[in-house]
Design a protein around this ligand. Structure first.
Ligand code: ES4
Ligand code: ZN
Length: 323
């Protein structure tokens, strides 16, 4: 086995709905008597040519229509954990999109209950400790996000934190100041997508206006030298997703990806899979493409894996065990 598949690592940027493989989409559609617009594997697979974030999001939300019961959410989550185990993931912080399910009439308890039932057995079954993060859709209103956060808190949903995802440009961090304040007051950890399609100001605003402890993506921070200096000085964790950035055309090619420059600037970067069923691979394929493209050696691979564990919200004892 290659070193990048066996190195203990944490996956910190993973949308559980983005792990729904085409085969499972068809299986769940059949189970739930749902007729899909692209009913065969070949037709469905033909939809996976993306030109930008929005063209991906359209398919990603459409495919969620097959998730109806707690068992559907549990099966999807267990399938991810099995794949992650094979990739050397020993700790996973998993995002889900509560609003995307509520908007389809699926109760919060169904989504959370199904995901959590799989996570509850994860350490025993797969050796993976986990945390669940509720991600809010930045193209919806802050009022909607606040209502859903209140519902999660009232239900004592087993979440460790909140995030911010979906269409970035035009939906800046300043839109969600009250949401993040309320989550912080509730003792939740704070992460946010920033600097994926949005410019470097989305990254600095996520830190300054939202108090984000970790930035998902953050690749466009590299365009602002002062911000790079700050991120390096504060060792702000950046959860980079190379194959995602290539497939969504955030970068032209993997060769043009800023990860090597981010590393040489002293940034605290780690490697993640984002939506692996959509972007051509789980975390080990992300590592393998970096090795193939940039010739990263053991030192860099160990640094990336170590960063992922240090940047996680795992208990200190668990981190020590994995480092
Ligand atoms: C996402 Cl790659 C990406 N960016 C923003 N929002 C998302 N939701 C799921 N994947
Ligand atoms: Zn993401």
């Amino acid at each position: 086995m290659t070193i990048h598949a066996t190195l203990p690592k944490a996956e910190l940027h993973l949308h559980i709905e983005g792990t729904l493989e085409p085969e499972l989409i068809l299986e769940l559609a059949a189970r739930n008597n749902i007729t899909l617009p692209h009913p065969t594997l070949a037709e469905l697979r033909a939809q996976y040519e993306f030109t930008d974030l929005q063209s991906f999001l359209d398919l990603y939300y459409a495919n969620m229509a097959v998730l109806i019961t707690e068992a559907d959410f549990a099966d999807m989550t267990r399938a991810y954990l099995r794949r992650a185990q094979a990739a050397g993931v020993r700790h996973a912080e998993i995002m889900f999109d509560p609003q995307a399910h509520l908007g389809r009439g699926i109760p919060l308890t169904t989504a959370v209950g199904g995901i959590e039932s799989a996570l509850a057995g994860s350490e025993a079954e797969f050796g993976i400790t986990t945390g669940l993060i509720a991600a809010f859709l930045r193209d919806e209103t802050e009022e909607s996000a606040l209502a859903v956060l209140d519902e999660l808190l009232a239900a004592e949903a087993p979440i460790i934190g909140i995030g911010l995802d979906s269409a970035e440009v035009g939906n800046p961090p300043s839109k969600f100041i009250r949401l993040f304040r309320r989550a912080r007051e509730a003792g939740l950890r704070l992460v946010a997508h920033a600097g994926e399609e949005g410019d470097a100001s989305y990254v600095s605003d996520a830190l300054d206006l939202l108090g984000a402890e970790r930035i998902d993506h953050g690749i466009r921070a590299i365009e602002d030298a002062a911000l790079v200096k700050r991120l390096a000085a504060d060792q702000v964790p950046l959860t980079v997703c190379p194959l995602s950035n290539v497939r969504l055309r955030a970068v032209d090619t993997l060769a043009a990806h800023p990860l090597p420059q981010m590393l040489s600037s002293g940034l605290n970067v780690c490697v993640n899979s984002d939506d692996p069923a959509y972007f051509g691979g789980y975390v080990e394929q992300n590592f393998a493409s970096l090795v193939a493209e940039f010739g990263f050696g053991t030192d860099i691979l160990e640094r990336l894996a170590g960063n992922s564990i240090r940047s996680s919200f795992a208990a200190d004892a668990r981190k020590a065990e994995l480092l």
